[in-house]
Design a protein around this ligand. Structure first.
Ligand code: SF4
Ligand code: SF4
Length: 187
């Protein structure tokens, strides 16, 4: 009987599209943490998160906000001396946490990602009026009012459509993405 894969193996398996080296080749140099433009908002630096994955600290990794704050800028990936695709690791942990529904409830990222994928699956285009409520209610009242004001102005100027639009041949597009990702509730 084959042994159950460890958490770090599961994350590696989710990185099958990545051309980088495995996370086990991390030398903990800290270049990724020093490079990351959003590290100050993360509760664990990218360096620490890689170390935690390698140590199979599954619950601690999934409870972290680090991978939700990752802006996918790829600075860390191009600078890593061990050629690990760190941005790819962040995506892999996101996928893992969404599929297992294991993430902190107070984060905006999971609801935003789910809404985004559903909108794209339905129409092939992003639509801000549906996406915005996933993060606007976490804002301070002043920011909320400013954001709503800006959105209304953009809508009046035609920069945001009043109704969602669909791409041509949406059925073909939906068939294509249905083969790639399981989309809850979409048919
Ligand atoms: S830059 Fe690469 S080798 Fe250095 S700590 Fe980050 S992941 Fe590890
Ligand atoms: S890809 Fe993510 S983790 Fe890497 S530097 Fe950019 S924001 Fe930071």
């Amino acid at each position: 009987m084959s042994a159950k894969p460890t958490f770090s193996h599961e994350i590696s398996n989710l990185m099958y599209k990545s051309h980088g080296n495995p996370t086990k080749s991390c030398i903990q140099c800290g270049t990724c943490a020093g490079t990351c433009p959003v590290a100050e908002y993360m509760d664990q630096t990218p360096r620490r998160l890689i170390g935690m994955i390698n140590a199979n600290l599954k619950e601690e990794v999934l409870a972290s906000n680090t991978y939700w704050f990752c802006a996918s800028c790829y600075h860390c990936t191009v600078r890593c001396p061990s050629q690990i695709d760190i941005a790819g690791v962040m995506y892999a942990v996101k996928r893992y946490s969404i599929w297992n529904k294991s993430y902190s409830e107070d984060l905006v990222g999971p609801a935003f990602s789910e809404a985004f994928v559903k909108i794209i699956a339905r129409s092939g285009r992003s639509y801000e009026p549906i996406l915005a409520p996933t993060y606007m209610f976490s804002m301070e009242p002043k920011e909320f009012v400013q954001e709503a004001f800006n959105a209304t102005k953009m809508m009046l100027k035609g920069r945001i459509p009043v109704l969602p639009t669909r791409i041509k041949h949406i059925k073909n597009f939906q068939e294509m993405i249905r083969r790639i990702i399981p989309i809850g509730g979409e048919s």
